[in-house]
Design a protein. Structure first.
Length: 439
């Protein structure tokens, strides 16, 4: 039973059709039961009202005709009248009591189920009419109507009629049971019809959509959904078919674009490799001849500075070309990694020690305004020399001038050193040209 419940819950979670059928059937059943029970309640209330009116009518009838029989002492007529009243379906007893509280009529149907149960379950004597009637009145389904009997304003006694609502309640219960059975039958019939129609109109197309989704997830783009009806599910199926067509076309286009991109990438890598080779060959010649010219004995100092500028610029350009070639190798997957072992914790005697001569104080970045203010505060002769060195791209001379102010203007010296290391002499010339008033 437990496994069956788990299976039903799993099917309920995984099937939208089962959830739909369960919801619709439950809603129809509940609505039908509510309306049926309300109708039964109204009918029962109406039957109760009719019963009360009927008993009240009998009581009034006896009240109207009893005085004459009492005056004539016609107790036989009263007994016959009480017997006829008690023979009605829902009446349990009917009795007339005089002013002294004694029963004028003594007829009591001892075969009535309620009276019989009182006699069997109590010790009340059968000839004690009033005690038996008091015990019967205490039963939950027994009600009593009583009216006074009078003639010309003189009280003669009371009419007591006890009646039971058991029949009305039993009929209401049977009607409720029949209504529940009818509701269940109608709901079951509707569920069967709904299952047949839903399976044809909804479940089948949804199953095709689910099959298409599973195939689509596995990469099968050649399948298509068969459209049976031009309804909402059919529109969804047509949209999915169009999406599969477009996606298949896009994948073909992407494959072509991928092949073209691979070919273009290979051509680009080949071009960069050839171009880098073509650039480095003449550049190496320029660097070589410029270095040889510096060793000539008749080279003047000015020519040597110019040759150093050529050599520094060429080395910078060669490093850029090498970087481009390395990027091309990385992109084409031809770059190689060289692994070199090293000791993360060297011996103390092998570790470099910081001395006052080679120690570099910590560098703190400064703003452009502070840099300009610090450069403007430098001596005029120093400004002129570093401007000329920066214009000539003289790395050595510029570094020498920066080293002169390392102790007195550490922050400025570190910033200038960073620019020179990165071959950004233009940063220095921008400041010095503005400060010196040069154009």
């Amino acid at each position: 039973m437990k496994d069956l419940c788990k299976w039903l819950m799993r099917q309920f979670k995984n099937s939208v059709s089962l959830r739909y059928l369960t919801t619709v059937s439950s809603f129809v059943l509940v609505v039908q039961l509510i309306f049926s029970l309300l109708q039964i309640q109204r009918n029962q209330a109406r039957q109760m009202e009719i019963l009360h009116k009927q008993v009240q009518s009998n009581t009034n009838f006896i009240r109207d005709i009893a005085p004459e029989a009492i005056f004539n002492l016609d107790f036989l007529y009263l007994e016959t009248l009480m017997q006829q009243t008690a023979e009605e379906t829902d009446v349990v007893y009917s009795v007339i009591i005089n002013q002294n509280g004694k029963a004028l009529t003594r007829y009591l149907n001892h075969e009535h189920p309620l009276i019989k149960s009182v006699i069997q379950n109590t010790d009340t004597p059968q000839d004690d009419i009033l005690s038996l009637l008091a015990a019967v009145d205490r039963l939950p389904l027994v009600h009593k109507k009583q009216v006074s009997i009078a003639s010309y304003g003189q009280p003669l006694g009371e009419v007591h009629i006890g009646f039971s609502t058991q029949r009305v309640r039993s009929e209401g219960f049977r009607a409720a049971v029949n209504s529940i059975i009818t509701a269940l039958s109608v709901s079951l019939l509707l569920a069967v019809l709904t299952i047949l129609l839903f399976n044809r109109q909804v479940h089948g197309p949804l199953k095709s959509l689910r099959k298409f989704a599973h195939g689509f997830e596995e990469g099968n783009l050649s399948q298509r959904i068969q459209i049976r009806y031009p309804d909402e599910i059919g529109q969804v199926g047509r949209a999915l078919n169009r999406m599969a067509d477009q996606l298949q076309e896009n994948l073909v286009g992407l494959a072509k674009a991928r092949d073209q991109a691979i070919a273009a990438n290979k051509a680009k890598s080949k071009f960069l490799a050839n171009m880098s080779h073509e650039l480095r060959t003449p550049l190496n010649a320029i660097l070589g001849f410029s270095e040889l010219m510096t060793y000539e004995s008749d080279t003047t100092p000015a020519q040597k500075r110019n040759l150093e500028i050529i050599n520094n610029s060429g080395e910078h350009l060669l490093s850029l070309i090498n970087d481009i070639l390395e990027m091309a190798k990385i992109e084409s997957g031809q770059a190689s990694i060289e692994s070199i072992a090293f000791d993360l914790h060297p011996d103390e005697e092998d570790a470099p020690t910081a001395t006052a001569e080679n120690a570099i104080p910590p560098f703190k970045a400064v703003s452009a305004e502070d840099i300009r203010a610090q450069i403007a505060a430098m001596p005029q002769d120093w400004l002129t020399q570093i401007h000329e060195a920066a214009v000539q791209l003289d790395h050595e001379k510029t570094s020498t001038l920066i080293q002169q102010i390392m102790d007195s203007h550490h922050e400025l010296a570190m910033q200038l050193h960073t620019w020179v290391t990165n071959f950004r002499f233009d940063k220095i010339t921008n400041y010095t040209t503005d400060i010196l008033g040069l154009t």
